[in-house]
Design a protein around this ligand. Structure first.
Ligand code: F6R
Length: 603
């Protein structure tokens, strides 16, 4: 959600910024812009829509040695060129890009800027005008005025500010939104995600909330808002460019679906100790064992992974588990148990809805764990413990490999806790063996592309709506399957508990409505089959995804058997492929669905 890149001290800044913005496309955006300058000229260009529209405006004279660029995902003001960043102050001397939401922008406007004219409707424009006013009022420097503005602003932000009179400095600050400094040789960069600048540097420095950084070609200066200098070591990003390139794949989503067996094997390697046990920090295990209830807090696909892991955690640890939507939990908090333990599931580690819960949990002094794909992300830093997904960057907006990695990491965690608590079910469950069977089964399933593409064509390519149904774990996978389908193909899809259809929703079934049943649970399989019969007799067009041991000859997609606790790791694969192919057949962009952002940094 919004992306920032910037560079100072290198020629062709415009090209570096364009490349960086392209690598941030995955975050979701609807317009883009950049400011580049050198000692003799400067250029501010913006475009609605894709980066290629911006690129088309980069004529040969648009060049510089300093620049800031931005992809915007509209919050205040509709997607348009006028609302695209960078924004300039009233006197056009200051240029600002921003990721986040300024909560008190109306108050700032009324107090300081009532007589100002604004080109667009964004909260960001208020901030750059505010800096101009503070600078004039106090005859201060740009840096001092920026710092003062930061003390007045409430909300989430990552800012990059350039004063047109100084083509050698970028000022940056952040609060709740990500921003990194990258260190180069004779130049420095800024970015929302290290991925954006990996072709320039692999050495990065984190910025903390409440700090301001002056970035110049040869040095960076970090200080707090009182002016105290802060020294922070850089770290080397554990990523390489091949992780973020599509290679021969037409879309990232397909690459990421295919990555899943490798991710399972990587997780086995990462979490298997030399003693054959799961390696988990003993302190984390002790805190979880001491708890009387685990609360999983997550949004969207991560929330669905939480549901899929509930039975695994309960079976192997014998600790009750509740799964909650972050956006609901924070403001309608249920009565908590006496010794709660919180797991935050978040691929990006930046989701604002989840973070607001973590902030409250931390204020109550309660123990927490973040399970994330991004080391050093906000939720990772702010929770007491972190476990990593080791899934490699997930670039497609629709999450696939992060979902299965989340379930697998929670399975490993559950096994470690269960072993420590001497739960029989945990002793009986050879997690590394079962995950390696999962990896091989995933391989078989991802090879079924031609068949699944045909089912997508037959069932989904022209349909207006669709239902996924199942019970127990198959219901939880149905929710994820439906989300995947709706978010990229725009088919109105619902994941339903199979038994619930007849209590109301069956009224929507008409001739040809696609209903996809998932059957991998022995105890409920025959009931789900009964529900499929009910919809068939009302005209539904049914497709069955069944595990081998429960399959009937007429079932269309058969999943090789895996351990009953981890069926969701494999039954989801055909549904990811169905969503992928249906989207292609309907002519939409698989990786960049409309209106969606990968990293959702606003509530
Ligand atoms: C859907 C999807 C989203 C995310 C949700 C939470 O494919 O990716 O539903 O799962 O926005 O994001 P994270 O996991 O980064 O907290």
């Amino acid at each position: 959600m919004c992306g920032i890149v910037g560079i100072v001290g290198k020629s062709n800044a415009e090209q570096i910024i364009l490349n960086g913005l392209e690598r941030l496309e995955y975050r979701g955006y609807d317009s883009a812009g950049m400011y580049v300058a050198d000692r003799t000229s400067d250029h501010l260009i913006k475009a609605q829509g894709r980066i290629k529209n911006l690129e088309a405006k980069v004529t040969p004279e648009v060049t510089g040695t300093i620049g800031i660029g931005h992809t915007r995902w509209a919050t205040h003001g509709k997607p348009s060129e006028r609302n695209a960043h960078p924004h300039t102050s009233g006197n056009e001397e200051l240029v600002l890009v921003h990721n986040g939401v300024i909560e008190n922008f109306e108050e700032l406007h009324d107090t300081y800027l009532a007589d100002h004219h604004f080109a667009g409707q964004t909260d960001t424009e208020i901030v750059v005008h505010l800096i101009e006013v503070l600078k004039a009022q106090n005859s201060s420097t740009t840096k001092e005025a920026f710092k003062q503005a930061l003390t007045l602003i409430r909300g989430s932000y990552a800012f990059a500010l350039v004063d047109k009179k100084d083509s050698e400095t970028i000022y940056v600050a952040k609060n709740k939104s990500p921003l990194l400094i990258g260190l180069g040789d004779g130049f420095n960069v800024i970015c929302s995600d290290a991925l954006a600048m990996l072709d320039q540097t692999t050495h990065f420095v984190e910025i903390e909330d409440g700090e301001m950084v002056t970035v110049q070609a040869d040095e960076i200066t970090i200080e707090d808002l009182k002016g105290n200098l802060v020294y922070r070591e850089s770290y080397e990003a554990q990523l390489d460019l091949t992780d973020i390139e599509k290679g021969t794949y037409p879309y990232y989503m397909l690459k990421e679906i295919d990555d899943q067996p490798t991710v399972m094997r990587r997780l086995i390697q990462e979490y298997q100790g030399t003693n054959g046990q799961v390696t988990i920090d003993p302190q984390l295990k002790a805190e979880m064992i001491a708890s009387d209830r685990i609360y999983i807090i997550a949004c969207g696909t991560s929330n669905h992974a939480g549901w899929a892991a509930k039975a695994i955690l309960e079976t192997l640890t014998q600790i009750p588990v509740e799964v909650h939507l972050s956006s609901e939990f924070g403001y309608n908090t249920p009565l908590l148990s006496a010794k709660p333990f919180f797991i935050f599931l978040t691929q990006s580690g930046e989701t604002a809805d989840s973070r607001q819960v973590l902030v409250k949990i931390n204020a109550l002094g309660l123990p927490s764990l973040t399970i994330t794909n991004v080391a050093g992300s906000t939720l990772s830093r702010e929770a007491k413990h972190t476990l990593l997904l080791h899934a490699g960057p997930e670039i497609a907006v629709a999450s696939t490999k992060a979902y299965t990695a989340q379930i697998a990491v929670m399975t490993l965690l559950a096994k470690a806790i269960g072993d420590e608590k001497a739960v029989q079910a945990a002793f009986d469950f050879d997690v590394f063996h079962e995950l390696s069977i999962v990896a091989s089964t995933m391989e078989t399933l991802v090879d079924e592309k031609a068949v699944i593409s045909q089912f997508a064509e037959d069932f989904l390519s022209t349909s207006r709506n669709a239902f996924y149904i199942g019970r127990g774990n198959d219901y939880y996978v149905s929710m994820e399957a439906a989300l995947k389908l709706k978010e990229i193909s725009y088919i109105q899809a619902e994941g339903f508990a199979a038994g619930e259809l007849k209590h109301g929703t069956i009224a929507l079934i008409e001739e040809g409505t696609p209903v996809i049943g998932i059957i991998s649970e022995a105890v409920t399989g025959s009931h789900t089959r009964g529900n499929l019969k009910e919809v068939e007799s009302r005209g539904a067009h049914t497709l069955v995804i069944a595990s081998q041991e429960l399959a009937k000859p007429t079932d269309q997609i058969i999943i090789p058997n895996v351990h009953p606790l981890v069926t969701s790791l494999v039954s989801v694969i055909p549904t990811q492929l169905l969503a992928y192919f249906a989207t292609l057949q309907r002519g939409y962009d698989v990786d960049k669905p409309r209106n969606l952002a990968k990293s959702v940094t606003v509530e």
